[in-house]
Design a protein around this ligand. Sequence first.
Ligand SMILES: [Ca+2]
Ligand SMILES: [Ca+2]
Ligand SMILES: [Ca+2]
Length: 265
Amino acid sequence: MKKIIALFVCIVTLSLLLLAGNAAAYNAAFTHTDYQGSAMPTLDGKYTTNAEYSAGASLGFGTDGVFRDIWASSGNVFENFILETMDTTDDATDSYTICYDSNADGGSTPKTDDFKIVITGHGASATVAWFKGTGTAWATAATPAATIFDFKESLATSPTSSTPHYMVEAKVDKQDTTAFGAVIIGMEFGMRIAYTDASTGTTQAWPPAPATADNPDGWGYVPYSMEPVPESLSTVIILALSSFAVVAGAVLIKKPKTIALKFNR
Ligand SMILES: [Ca+2]
Ligand SMILES: [Ca+2]
Ligand SMILES: [Ca+2]
């Protein structure tokens, strides 16, 4: 009898956990920690030295996308990232899409604390468009001042690969409320990142499909740490990303020379 009661309690508990899981405001299976950097990266659209983002964790996505981010102070606290793609074809409609759910409260449509940033094209001619949720859809929004948000895009080599490839570097003020009346990125937030190469018509994204830019419930979760990334964690992340392509997984290892050779094959 005790076993039956124990089994019943177990089933009820599991059911409640499943219900809680379904109610999550983001896809917790895709969680990426935002680590603290000791200095702001140089916003030049390039990942010039390993040290620039070595405090952050690497996040591989798609077949060859790599995202690195750190939060750091420059007066206010900023979220800084470098999003690299191994794309080398210069298409005017190549695009990066970064979505933030400031409160990580999800929703099947973009709410008013949700933002979508689309950077299109390359180099000095790259353009940015901001969108803010209305509750049911995206509406175009004014791009915040460069002191609040700024980006640079370039074709360059990096510690990730010695073959020149496209990447975008950006910073977003995590404390500013002047642009939209509330912070653009909360302390812990939801996020989706994507890159579309017009030459191949393929989109690489985190989280991958079926997640979309229009459904915050499917986005990943980004908690923060008051420390730089532990040295051993890169390997742990590789193991966690079991569905991740082997070649991109190699990018996560902090051995720039080895990585460069793999991409040069
Ligand atoms: Ca830089
Ligand atoms: Ca391209
Ligand atoms: Ca939200």
